[in-house]
Design a protein around this ligand. Structure first.
Ligand SMILES: [Zn+2]
Length: 107
């Protein structure tokens, strides 16, 4: 059930060893899905999908605040990945959610 876009199809080799690969919408690097934070916008508002339970398409960002900042700066990136218009949540709400995401990271 892997969806591939044109870009993803170009990289067949080695992709299976570490599971599904996704592109970070911030830096555009391809990384293992497990190392990225999923975002979804089930009601049109962007949310970090911390438990991986939000329905719909997901957009992925590295577990890096720099990548997230970059992805948010060009909000189109999320809209394109999710194939719908999205609005960013209030900054504080997003920050709060992200603290959880980054704090959850095991060393
Ligand atoms: Zn990134």
């Amino acid at each position: 059930m892997t969806r591939r876009d044109a870009r993803g199809a170009a990289r067949e080799d080695g992709a299976e060893a570490s599971g599904p690969m996704r592109t970070c919408v911030g830096c555009r690097r391809v990384a293992a899905k497990s190392g990225l934070v999923r975002f979804a916008a089930p009601d049109g508002v962007l949310k970090p999908d911390i438990k991986g339970r939000l329905p719909g398409r997901g957009a992925y960002v590295c577990r890096s605040e720099a990548c997230l900042a970059e992805a948010l700066r060009k909000k189109d990136a999320f809209a394109r990945a999710l194939r719908r218009k999205v609005s960013a949540p209030p900054a504080e709400e997003l920050e709060e959610a992200l603290k959880t995401v980054f704090r959850d990271r095991e060393p």
